[in-house]
Design a protein. Structure first.
Length: 77
């Protein structure tokens, strides 16, 4: 049996992921990725590493709901 606190954490997270606000937020993140996923505007190594960090974070946010779903399934397997 799962810990009540952990269950509540996942249920509240799933509620967030299924909201219209989350969907709008993810759409905005996709737009940001498209805007900065262009090496043509990178002029030096520092900018390249900064851009890589931006993309890593944005992609982490985009995958958050599926990561939660996979973790929840593993916990309950």
């Amino acid at each position: 049996m799962q810990d009540k606190e952990l269950t509540e954490y996942y249920e509240e997270s799933f509620d967030t992921f299924s909201s219209k606000g989350w969907k709008y937020f993810i759409e905005d993140m996709i737009t940001l990725v498209e805007a900065i996923d262009d090496l043509g505007t990178v002029s030096d190594v520092e900018t390249l590493w900064f851009r890589k960090g931006q993309l890593d974070i944005l992609k982490l946010i985009q995958s958050r709901s599926s990561d939660f779903e996979n973790a929840w399934q593993e916990i309950n397997a």
